[in-house]
Design a protein around this ligand. Sequence first.
Ligand SMILES: NC(=O)c1ccc[n+]([C@@H]2O[C@H](COP(=O)([O-])OP(=O)(O)OC[C@H]3O[C@@H](n4cnc5c(N)ncnc54)[C@H](O)[C@@H]3O)[C@@H](O)[C@H]2O)c1
Length: 94
Amino acid sequence: MTPLTAARIAASGIGQATAIAYAAANAAGVCLIDINGALLSETEAMARTVATHPNFQTLARVVDVTDEAAVDGVINDAARQFGRLDCAVNAAGV
Ligand SMILES: NC(=O)c1ccc[n+]([C@@H]2O[C@H](COP(=O)([O-])OP(=O)(O)OC[C@H]3O[C@@H](n4cnc5c(N)ncnc54)[C@H](O)[C@@H]3O)[C@@H](O)[C@H]2O)c1
């Protein structure tokens, strides 16, 4: 499978499940965004545990998705860190 980089938003429920699924499916990295820092850390650790890509990376940042500038900032940072972003999963419970 071609390595993917996923940007995902929300660290529990659908967002968490998606990040873990991508990590287990050989994604090169996932960018995690949530308002809840504890959930963010938990999801980052779970993704790292199941990741299959040898150079798997994460970028996790506490962001409120209603703050458009902050969301733009982390997405731009992720694109720079990973080289490219292939998909975004917007699953914040707002
Ligand atoms: N789970 C389902 O079957 C289902 C079905 C249809 C629609 N939805 C909708 O999809 C969305 C996600 O569902 P879920 O089950 O994954 O919910 P969830 O409550 O498990 O996860 C939502 C996540 O969003 C985060 N969040 C909340 N407000 C935020 C904000 N302002 N900025 C950043 N992060 C924020 C929370 O911290 C949490 O981690 C919800 O809006 C839900 O109503 C869910």
